[in-house]
Design a protein around this ligand. Structure first.
Ligand code: SAH
Ligand code: SF4
Length: 356
């Protein structure tokens, strides 16, 4: 069986090819010119191209479904080589700005939301990904490939700025080795050159892994899926809270190295009559006391048979105003792509119904 070249850092690749500078050239072909066949890498000697083609695959995943929303976000379903599927979403954050002559003055900005596992072990009550159970970790190359294929599919030039959020399917810190390796590969200046500060890991709160990630000092940003402010409710919503309670998560965040100008993001999925009351907002303010935090409120996105409901707009606004009035930056996540099975796990689910 061939190895997947996308799982190799440039340094690892340099040990496989000689002279070592060939690794840089191969990186540039793949990640900057989007050339996915070795025989087209014209500045490599033919013997090396043949050897690489015998030993490595470049792309290993196939786009099996693609849905475009009216707001411009595009949701992809990728099939891995073993047939398992994962979702990835391209979110245009800002449109390009043009001057009177039609020239671009500001480039459009993109965020790519990637998956880190097939399924998830954490089993949150509100999450569709959890329903399918856990299948396997994604390899570093499969994480990198989601970004590479989406940039290529949308003709996004290699030097265009994109942000990465690990908020697709799976718990990234439950696959920390492959995720941190992917972060380094995405970082490479001869490759996609996506700085760690433009990559955000979202976690359900595996405290010991947050500590471990902090010690690696990669410079990545951290987002915590908090969703509840007392342990009783959080345990019901997120069983992981029995192993790592709110206090342990907050302590891990306090120890996490974070850029002076940056903040830790706390995600708060709002469910009607569950966690949308004033008392919760009040407790949240207390909990975040002394932390450089910003809060992102997310509308619960219902799916057939889901046990929770989407909150009222007024309660979202009230919650947000309370936090803002008490000195905490709070935004409401504009649910991009509401018309395209928005939250994670939902495109996959739809496809399963379609084929059955
Ligand atoms: N496992 C990690 C990262 C991916 S979870 C974590 O939990 O942080 C993906 C994101 O989808 C999380 O922010 C989660 O809150 C959100 N999500 C899950 N189910 C949702 C739903 N039904 N509606 C809206 N957001 C949902
Ligand atoms: Fe896993 Fe995140 Fe879904 Fe929870 S919300 S089940 S941690 S993917």
């Amino acid at each position: 069986m061939k190895k997947d070249i996308l799982s190799l850092t440039k340094e690892e690749l340099a040990k496989e090819v000689s002279p070592a500078f060939r690794a840089k050239q191969i990186y540039q072909w793949i990640y900057q010119k989007y050339v996915f066949e070795f025989h087209k890498m014209s500045n490599l000697p033919k013997s090396l191209r043949d050897a690489l083609a015998n030993k490595y695959d470049i792309l290993t995943m196939q786009i099996v479904r693609k849905e475009q929303s009216r707001d411009g976000s595009i949701k992809y379903l990728f099939a891995c080589s073993d047939g398992y599927t994962v979702e990835t979403v391209l979110l245009p954050m800002k449109d390009a700005v043009y001057d009177e002559d039609g020239k671009i003055v500001k480039e459009a900005k993109y965020t790519i939301c990637v998956s880190s596992q097939v399924g998830c072990k954490i089993g949150c009550a509100f999450c569709l990904t959890a329903k399918g159970g856990f299948k396997r970790n994604l390899k570093a190359g499969e994480i990198v490939e989601q970004v590479l294929q989406i940039k290529n599919d949308n003709d996004i030039a290699h030097n265009r700025r994109v942000n990465i959020v690990y908020m697709g399917m799976g718990e990234p810190l439950d696959n920390i080795d492959n995720v941190t390796k992917a972060i380094k590969i995405l970082n490479d200046l001869d490759g996609l050159a996506i700085g760690a500060r433009r990559q955000t890991i979202s976690t359900s709160g595996l405290s010991h892994q947050i500590e471990k990630l902090g010690k690696m000092n990669l410079g990545v940003l951290l987002a915590i899926s908090l969703h509840a402010v007392d342990d009783q409710l959080r345990e019901k919503l997120m069983p992981i809270n029995k192993a790592y309670n709110i206090e342990s998560v907050i302590n891990a965040v306090r120890n996490f190295p974070i850029d002076q100008r940056k903040k830790v993001m706390f995600e708060y999925l709002v469910m009607k009559d569950i966690n949308d009351d004033r008392q919760s907002a009040k407790k949240l303010v207390k909990l975040l006391n002394g932390i450089k935090a910003k809060v992102n409120l997310i509308y619960f996105n219902p799916y057939p048979g889901s046990p929770f409901q989407r909150p009222e707009d007024e309660s979202m606004e009230r919650f947000k105003s309370y936090l803002n009035d008490h000195g905490i930056t709070c935004t409401i996540r504009q649910s991009k792509g509401l018309d395209i099975s928005a939250a994670c796990g939902q495109l996959k689910e739809k496809t399963a119904h379609d084929v059955s």
